[in-house]
Design a protein around this ligand. Structure first.
Ligand SMILES: [Zn+2]
Length: 350
């Protein structure tokens, strides 16, 4: 009964909250890696994005104005992960908070021994258990082009969200029926152990540029970071993960229900890049800055039932107040994760 109600509700939202074509085309045109998806999948992705934008408030921090285009660009990347997962994959939390650039949330927390720690360093993004996803817009924009940045911040943080769905993040998301947790653990552990060994050897050798790991060394930080970073690679440079850790890649493909590396990817992607993405998706790239200045007035009143943006599209209202400078931040779950990235693109993927 409840399931049927939810299905009805989803149909109703899709019927009444369509995204304007122009906005959708522009957002799609900004994300190269979507070239690997068929047209029917892109349509399914669009439906997911509409539902996501109804379910989550994407709000600015530090008086940052989040434009409709920014919302859609974030939502598309979040929804690519769950394209073949159950509709409630991101249930249980409400907000995406967008900072203009890397941010420094000063957070005090008490450990199990009662010692109070203060965390006060710059981060590009963070996912909180049962709480919001925090993103630096500068890093979202930078990581649109994975081959230049070697990262995809949105995919990283939302992979953490999936990992957190079945408890504290440990690199093992809630697996699909038929998948073996034991097999996942064995394969993931072997890949992670091998990766840590390689990164340690590379660091011991003085981190020579020529031998830099193809996967971001940050993945060696913890098993859950390995899962989040490898998820970035899985979607944005699938052949890299398949070639490095084929068994782990196969586990991720079974979990996400898609295997981009099996699609003749490299040639499609290279062709797409050669055409500048212009032929398949008519929108030009890089116009997000132009949109930045004409954002919607959609922050503030938490009692508003929905928010009408300046392009006529209705968004779900913020459920929490946007976190501004100096405002109180809720205490994060102890297992919250961070993602620190260098601000200079490393170009390792070229
Ligand atoms: Zn992380």
């Amino acid at each position: 009964m409840w399931e049927r109600f939810l299905a009805w509700r989803r149909r109703r939202i899709l019927a009444t909250h369509a995204l304007p074509d122009e906005l959708w085309d522009e957002a799609i045109g900004m994300l190269d890696f979507l070239a690997l998806y068929r047209d029917d999948e892109v349509q399914a992705l669009r439906d997911r994005v509409v539902l996501f934008l109804q379910d989550k408030s994407i709000v600015g921090a530090q008086e940052f104005t989040v434009t409709p285009l920014m919302r859609v660009v974030i939502a598309i990347q979040a929804c690519v992960l769950v394209l073949y997962l159950e509709p409630d994959a991101y249930a249980g939390w409400s907000n995406v908070v967008v900072y203009p650039d890397e941010f420094r949330p000063r957070i005090e927390y008490e450990d199990e021994a009662g010692v109070v720690h203060v965390r006060d360093h710059e981060i590009a993004g963070e996912a909180w258990e049962g709480g919001p996803v925090l993103l630096s817009w500068a890093d979202v924009e930078r990581s649109r082009d994975f081959s230049a940045a070697g990262m995809n911040l949105v995919i990283h943080e939302f992979a953490h969200k999936l990992d957190m769905k079945n408890g504290a993040p440990d690199g093992i998301p809630g697996l699909r029926p038929g998948m073996s947790a034991r097999a996942w653990q064995r394969v993931a552990e072997a890949a992670y152990t091998d990766f840590v060994r390689r990164v340690e050897a590379w660091e011991a050798a003085g981190e020579p540029e020529a031998d830099a790991p193809l996967i971001d060394p940050y993945a060696a930080d913890a098993p859950e970071e390995f899962f989040a970073v490898c998820s970035e690679v899985f979607f944005a440079a699938p052949e890299v993960l398949r070639d490095a850790y084929p068994e782990y890649h196969a586990q991720l493909a079974a979990y996400y229900g898609q295997d981009l590396a099996a699609r003749g990817d490299a040639s499609v992607l290279q062709e797409f890049r050669r055409m500048g993405g212009a032929q398949r998706y008519p929108s030009s790239r890089g116009s997000i800055n132009a949109r930045r200045s004409r954002g919607s007035q959609d922050q503030g009143d938490t009692r508003t039932r929905s928010v009408v943006a300046d392009d006529g599209y209705r968004y779900a209202p913020p459920i929490l107040r946007p976190y501004g400078l100096g405002s109180a931040l809720p205490t994060p779950a102890p297992a919250s994760r961070r993602r620190s990235v260098s601000s200079t693109p490393r170009g390792r993927w070229r």
